[in-house]
Design a protein around this ligand. Structure first.
Ligand SMILES: NC(=O)c1ccc[n+]([C@@H]2O[C@H](COP(=O)([O-])OP(=O)(O)OC[C@H]3O[C@@H](n4cnc5c(N)ncnc54)[C@H](OP(=O)(O)O)[C@@H]3O)[C@@H](O)[C@H]2O)c1
Length: 249
């Protein structure tokens, strides 16, 4: 058992809920970040029923007041944060999914959650993460944001337009690298992960992986030791069209 404190954004369902469950099982106190109090409380209650140390934390990653209130609450309750998993994400497009049909309104909505939300939450919680002996930040990205993968002739996603979603995940990848360069020489590590194509509400459950399997790579990267990587993009090595555990940018 550990006395570590972990916050997972958007963890009332899907992959985030499984990351929360996995870190809870490792003995961490898990803060279930969710924008809906009803859905967040219900998820935290489910995990508590499994004997895990969990608490709902109201957090809409697009709302500066909500972010500030959440950080103030964690400061007051725990005085620090050890693990931040930026998991909350949305996928949206317009028309037939062509990039030329994408409206700026949709693109901005996607970036608000997937990129600016991560930046806002990370920056707000950094003072608390800096109070951890060894903070870990995990950004839940996607291989759809990997330019090398999307243009690779071996990839089943070759030719599929990444649209606002993939473009936002590519930006998230660079944000991950940018933070890792800032934290170089410190005990704080930041990495991006892809869970793979997973059956969740995000894709109408068309994904092929189970959320419990897909969550493992984020759990693993939240648990890395001081010899672990920083500034990398990882999968669990079991996505057949990605070679190994390091995903190319
Ligand atoms: N499923 C896949 O195939 C796949 C593949 C690669 C990467 N990913 C990534 O994995 C992450 C989790 O996705 P998922 O598949 O588990 O989807 P999901 O089941 O739809 O879960 C998304 C979560 O994000 C939350 N969320 C959305 N907007 C938010 C906001 N403004 N503030 C706070 N929370 C917000 C949702 O809350 P509500 O319930 O309130 O909507 C929900 O808890 C995302 O970053 C996604 O891009 C998924």
């Amino acid at each position: 058992m550990t006395d570590k404190i972990a916050l997972i954004t958007g963890s009332n369902k899907g992959i985030g809920l499984e990351v929360a469950r996995g870190l809870g099982r490792k003995g961490m106190t898990v803060l279930v970040g969710a924008r809906s109090a009803e859905r967040g409380e219900a998820a935290a209650e489910t995990l508590r029923g499994e004997g895990l140390q969990t608490e709902f934390l109201g957090l809409d990653v697009t709302d500066p007041d909500s972010i500030a209130e959440a950080a103030a609450r964690v400061e007051e309750r725990y005085g620090r944060l050890d693990v931040l998993v930026n998991n909350a994400g949305i996928a949206k497009g317009d028309g037939d999914g062509n990039t030329s049909e994408l409206t700026l309104a949709t693109a901005k909505e996607v970036f608000e959650v997937n990129v600016f939300g991560v930046m806002a939450v990370t920056n707000a919680f950094l003072p608390l993460l800096r109070k951890s002996e060894a903070a870990r930040i995990v950004n839940v990205s996607s291989e759809v944001g990997s330019m090398a993968t999307i243009t690779s002739s071996n990839s089943p996603i070759l030719g599929h337009q990444p649209g606002a979603y993939g473009t936002s995940k590519a930006a998230l990848n660079m944000l991950t690298v940018s933070y890792s360069l800032e934290f170089r020489g410190t005990t704080t590590k930041v990495n991006a992960v892809t869970p793979g194509f997973t059956a969740t509400d995000l894709n109408g459950h068309r994904g092929v992986r189970e959320a419990s399997d897909a969550a493992q790579v984020a759990i693993d990267m939240a648990l890395i030791g001081e010899d672990g990587p920083s500034g990398e993009f990882r999968s669990d090595g079991r996505i057949e069209y990605l070679e190994g555990e390091t995903v190319p940018w």
